[in-house]
Write a protein that binds this ligand. Structure first.
Ligand SMILES: [Zn+2]
Length: 92
């Protein structure tokens, strides 16, 4: 599915893209992270338009560290104008 996504493509309806943390072991203790939950949200980027990101969130069973997909975060952060800032900070 993800192989069909091309930069600049316009979709008639929003595709769903799954993101999974790239991490294999916890950098703190070496334990194997477990799936905590999945969440879906609509993301808009200039590159590939709007899509629904289904994100798997992992957590370390020993120390509780949360792991999210760096790929998804990088996609979103490249388009800061679309980032939701809930803490009221303004960009300088
Ligand atoms: Zn850990």
């Amino acid at each position: 599915m993800i192989g069909d996504v091309e930069a600049g493509s316009l979709f008639p309806c929003k595709p769903t893209i799954h993101f999974h943390p790239e991490i294999v072991t916890c950098p703190h203790c070496g334990a194997k992270p477990e799936v905590k939950k999945t969440r879906g949200k609509t993301v808009v980027t200039l590159d590939i338009g709007a899509f629904i990101a289904k994100e798997t969130i992992l957590h370390c069973p020993r120390d509780g560290t949360l792991f999210v997909s760096e790929q998804l975060r990088a996609l979103v952060e490249r388009d800061l104008s679309f980032a939701r800032q809930d803490n009221g900070d303004s960009f300088k």
